[in-house]
Design a protein around this ligand. Sequence first.
Ligand SMILES: Nc1ncnc2c1ncn2[C@@H]1O[C@H](COP(=O)(O)OP(=O)(O)OP(=O)(O)O)[C@@H](O)[C@H]1O
Length: 600
Amino acid sequence: MEAMGGHVMVPLESLSLELPNGEIVVGYDKEIAALKEEISALRSKQRHLDRRRREALDKLIDLKGSIRVFCRVRPLIQTSNLKTKSPVTVGQEKIAVQSVGIKKEFILDRVFDQESTQEDVFLEVKPILKSALDGHNVCILAYGQTGTGKTYTMEGTDGKLGIVPRAIQELFSHASADSSSTYSFSISMLEVYLGSLRDLLAPRQTLFRHTECSTASNISILATKSGSVEVEGLTDVSVPDLKKANQWYCRGRRARSTSWTNVNDVSSRLTRITIRKHGVTEEVSKLWLIDLGGSERLLKTGASGLTMDEGKAINLSLSALGDVIAALRRKRSHVPYRNSKLTQILSDSLGDGSKVLMVVHISPSEEDVSETVCSLSFAERARSIKSNKDVSEDLKMMKQKRLAELDKEICNTEQELKYVNEQIKKDEISLEEKKQLYSSVCQAVSDEKGSPRSTLVTGHIDATESPQATEKPKSRLSNGSVPHFMSSTACSRQRHNAGSHSVSKPRLTKSVTRHPIELSGSQSFSYSSCKNAAKARSVAFSSSVPKLKYLPVKSDQINISSNSIDSTAASAPKRRESFVSRPAQRAPLHQHRRRMSSLT
Ligand SMILES: Nc1ncnc2c1ncn2[C@@H]1O[C@H](COP(=O)(O)OP(=O)(O)OP(=O)(O)O)[C@@H](O)[C@H]1O
């Protein structure tokens, strides 16, 4: 505090605030600095945990195989009263087909029986979605004979949502829970029919089935030098929230079902979600969700004409996909992506660093048994991991143990991350509240009418009777009902008890800390005006927000007016921010002394 023309100058950082309940708020800057420090430490922990989680997930997926194949058996649809035994027997990772002249067993990564629910399937899909959020390109494909449930698995029905709507939901919920990064998503949908591509989200849909199909698409596939693929001309809609994403997804579904009538079984439908993760660097990844055309063989259907062409096209597309997967599995240097439109589009999402999940669908009916065997043979070939039957028991056990360890590590890290994320959110809210409170005080200063150099009346101090109290307040501990930083001082409690008349007078309190109020160096506080401003402002504040009340004076910084020099004056730091008292509002010295002593 300095003396200026008979006015007492109080360092701005000495400011304290009084809450409506009489509590005194002190040490704001320390609180804010501590919070900032804590948030920064939590963020660094968050990055560390996220790295650990990613590494564990990568290892887990690699160990499980970057091309995983599941099988789902559709429930039996009874076409006649004749009850026949299903040729299919299902285990957890095993499926046996037994019929006249057929006895085969297939090993896959996971088999879902007829009773499996959409939730069961999605639970197994979830880890791969995390991989997509971590920056890997991911492909989830539904393969199988017509009518075996591909669309049911991918899209689902109203009450039983399939993988696509659940995945969209999961992406948004993950993005909102992850405070370490921000994500943005966009969606595209297209259909591949007879080797042509159709944009399902284009503003106007072109209906074509026969001659138009070769000319209707203006989509072209471009491979960039870096190996990524651009589908030029394909509509890509940015979706800021789940609602918008669902709206566009439904629109794409409608476009598909209303335009190319009756081609659903011979066309492949692709939904692409582009994930942008904004952090220090931007990571872009693609999540492809694909409902492939029916895989039945042409000979069986006895097709001719257009149906024959459609069958050939889908067969070409599926066999090209099979060839690509086989080449990838065998780690061949040449992967034949160019053999079909489908594999060209997916070329950067099936290869190195990508994760592929294929859900092969089969019918439990006796009449479909040969198609079932074909589909399962395709499935087994596609797996990147050798069948367990070729692996020794010891190795199997070791693998299971390692998988369980990684699973546990991911689970624990996610728990820790969840806790850290919540803590960051809480701290950020708390920090924001404190900053707002401070900015309100600053606003009170700038509201000072007329003068940019606002003044704060602190009371007159006689040269001979400078305050002696220099000790810190004994306790600022919370009484439990308010945060600890808002605990009352002895002074506030005394004043609160003393009645309202004393409240109206300017007071001196000890300041404990500096307050980093963002004022220009020339600004200072006027007690009276601030009090009024703060009172007025308290309408806008929540009821718990304090009004400016106190005139904190750091006693060891108290300086005396020009003609009476305090002994501490020489050592007192001179600050540009100061509060100047007005003689008319000076408090008698004895009042001041009493108050100062009450602080001890
Ligand atoms: N797991 C299941 N649970 C209950 N109903 C199912 C299941 N799988 C398929 N269905 C039903 O079987 C019928 C055929 O399924 P769906 O249309 O999904 O087959 P699809 O393989 O997509 O056929 P397409 O190749 O013609 O598109 C639908 O009525 C669907 O609701």
